[in-house]
Ligand binder design. Structure first.
Ligand SMILES: NC(=O)C1=CN([C@@H]2O[C@H](COP(=O)(O)OP(=O)(O)OC[C@H]3O[C@@H](n4cnc5c(N)ncnc54)[C@H](OP(=O)(O)O)[C@@H]3O)[C@@H](O)[C@H]2O)C=CC1
Ligand SMILES: O=C(CO)COP(=O)(O)O
Length: 300
């Protein structure tokens, strides 16, 4: 198919009609016209493509598949969400497999704001797939002149890199919102990365994956940009400003999931624990800060 040929499915028929007419999503991507080859529909029967990218919030993936999984059984599914399912405690590829056991599944993840990709700015992402032949085929089919996909067979590592960086991005935002300074943000990013590795390696990830686009790469992007919703949410937590609760902030649920996973495995993840407690309103910011700073001095 030509670059730009795709079917965009959304659940709301009125929104599908509006997008077809206006050829722009003025709320999410203002100023970016839909490419000519994109057809928008709310009818899953019209989704006949061989490859389907699932780009909905993590906690909505199971309900979505419960409703539409049957229609997607014979397609290759590419998960695009970043997080950990709060009930199953696994990432998006695992969730898809839990519903569609024999599905051909891959993961697309890494540092990329939708807005940048939509404007055709240069971007590099990880395409993680356990099946090497399928991974190579998807890498060719989904790369574009401005979007470079790097292949990786470590699906668990890529899932965790994308999920865990959002928790640290909230923490980084808190430092900025609370006026704790750039040095504090850098410290949280580096110590947060150590926490990401600690959990990911315990769960079977390869160290190189965490050091790549889906871990460190996405951590740098998300902790350093006001475009990130996770970072902005952290800024609001740190400053006490209001935050629109309808905004997708994947790191909030992920922090809760990761705090549980870490506790069950006896892993020390103090930054994640503090983010989870702040998100749940169990602790104040001064209490969180005091607890982090009072920890015993240790090796790096
Ligand atoms: N935005 C970005 O730059 C990036 C996002 N991601 C990841 O992609 C995932 C989605 O994020 P994003 O698109 O930004 O989130 P948004 O909140 O902007 O959009 C979520 C979309 O999912 C739809 N949706 C939610 N629940 C369901 C459901 N049960 N069934 C069908 N559709 C549903 C929403 O539909 P409706 O409008 O009807 O509510 C909406 O279109 C997240 O995991 C995020 O981390 C990854 C990389 C970059
Ligand atoms: O994952 C992203 C960038 O890679 C998008 O970040 P936010 O979900 O924080 O906006």
């Amino acid at each position: 198919c030509a670059l730009g040929d795709a079917t965009l499915w959304c659940r709301d028929p009125a929104q599908a009609d509006a997008l077809n007419q206006m050829r722009e999503n003025s709320v999410k991507l203002p100023g970016v016209p839909l490419p000519e080859g994109v057809i928008v529909t709310s009818d899953m029967a019209q989704v006949t493509a061989a490859i389907v990218l699932i780009a909905i919030p993590m906690q909505q993936t199971r309900p979505f598949l419960a409703e539409h999984g049957g229609a997607l059984r014979d397609t290759t599914l590419v998960a695009c969400s970043k997080g950990i399912d709060l009930e199953l405690m696994i990432g998006p590829v695992g969730v898809i497999r839990s519903v569609l056991r024999d599905a051909r599944v891959a993961l697309l993840t890494g540092p990329s704001f939708a807005d940048d990709i939509a404007r055709g700015l240069p971007t590099a992402l990880t395409l993680a797939c356990a099946d090497k032949a399928l991974g190579m085929a998807l890498q060719e089919q989904l790369s574009t002149p401005n979007l470079r996909l790097y292949r990786n067979s470590d699906v668990v590592g890529a899932e965790l890199g994308g999920a865990l960086k959002n928790v640290i991005a909230i923490a980084a935002g808190v430092t900025v919102g609370a006026g704790l300074g750039e040095s504090a943000r850098a410290a949280l990013m580096a110590r947060g990365y150590a926490e990401m590795q600690r959990l990911a390696l315990t769960l079977g990830a390869q160290p190189d994956t965490l050091a790549g686009l889906s871990g460190l790469g996405d951590l740098i992007l998300t902790c350093g940009s006001e475009k990130s919703r996770n970072f902005r949410y952290g800024v609001a937590l740190g400053s006490g400003a209001a935050f629109d609760s309808a905004t997708t902030v994947e790191g909030a649920a992920t922090a809760r999931a990761v705090a549980k996973l870490a506790k069950a495995r006896g892993l020390d993840m103090p930054i994640t624990r503090m983010v989870a407690a702040l998100v749940e309103g169990l602790i104040t910011l001064p209490e969180a800060l005091a607890a982090l700073l009072a920890r015993p001095l240790t090796d790096e």
